[in-house]
Design a protein. Structure first.
Lengths: 103, 163
């Protein structure tokens, strides 16, 4: 088994992970599970970056993965702080309960 | 050997990702997500990226997931209600259409791709550091520290009871 077919199957795996993350964002009702599904999508994108970086033989994709991880960490921290604030106001984590901004 | 490890990790990643989105208890989702992230670290390592694999374990499976578990236990989250919410069917249809579109696009790319032999590749931590601290990325790298500081202040301000 050579590296080239690894790359192709890794891209396929990243596609599956991104799709599962998308389904999670749309189908789950718990805010925290939705955030975890977003992490799943980010990881799918990261895997695609690493696979294509391997295929191209350059390191630009890996640098991008590094920055994606930094932004994901910041996003998780702020997102979970918002979740705590929401829970304090409504005493629930159901996404359907948060519709104050609905026009 | 590498192939067995690769496909075992890939199967584990897909299986645990299904658990993440497939069941109602968010605590179980979080633990399944840790398994997904760990098996992705194995795949990063097999693709010749030891630096990213280590970061995946330390930052993702370590720091970010601890944050998730901390909040889940702090808020004492219970199972989701079983009844589907308003507009759940429309949302499900939108999700399926989006996923089908994604598979069609990626399938078109993958069918046309002709994998050549992978070129020589050195993604050691030393090479990564040389690139990250080169003038090309140095300012971006420094800017991320401001981003993290802003996220830190923002998270504290949001989660505090009153300022």
């Amino acid at each position: 088994m050579d590296q080239a077919s690894f790359v192709q199957h890794a891209v396929l795996l990243s596609l599956v992970l991104f799709a599962l993350g998308t389904l999670g964002v749309f189908l789950r009702k718990n805010v925290i599970t939705v955030l975890m599904s977003i992490e799943l999508m980010l990881n799918g994108a990261n895997l695609a970056f690493v696979a294509f970086s391997r295929a191209a033989g350059t390191l630009d994709g890996q640098v991008l993965v590094f920055f994606v991880m930094v932004v994901a960490a910041a996003e998780a921290a702020v997102g979970l702080a918002i979740v705590i604030a929401l829970h304090r106001h409504k005493d629930t984590l159901d996404v359907d309960a948060f519709n104050v901004m609905k026009g | 050997m590498d192939a067995i490890l690769f496909y075992a990790a890939a199967a584990l990643a897909v299986g645990s990702a299904l658990v993440v989105i497939g069941q109602k208890n968010p605590l179980h989702s979080a633990f399944a997500l840790i398994v997904t992230l760990g098996s992705l670290a194995v795949i990063f390592g097999l693709l010749g990226s030891p630096f990213i694999a280590a970061l995946q374990v330390i930052v993702y499976a370590g720091a970010i997931m601890v944050l998730f578990l901390f909040v889940l236990m702090l808020l004492n989250v219970k199972r989701e209600a079983d009844a589907p919410g308003r507009g759940a069917r429309t949302l499900g249809a939108v999700a399926v259409v989006l996923v089908a579109l994604l598979f069609a696009q990626a399938g078109a790319v993958l069918v046309r791709a002709e994998p050549g032999p992978a070129p020589a590749f050195d993604a050691s931590t030393r090479r990564m550091a040389e690139i990250l601290f080169s003038p090309q990325f140095l300012y971006v790298f420094e800017a991320t520290s401001i981003l993290i500081l802003a996220a830190l202040v923002g998270a504290i301000a949001l989660a505090k009871k009153e300022l």
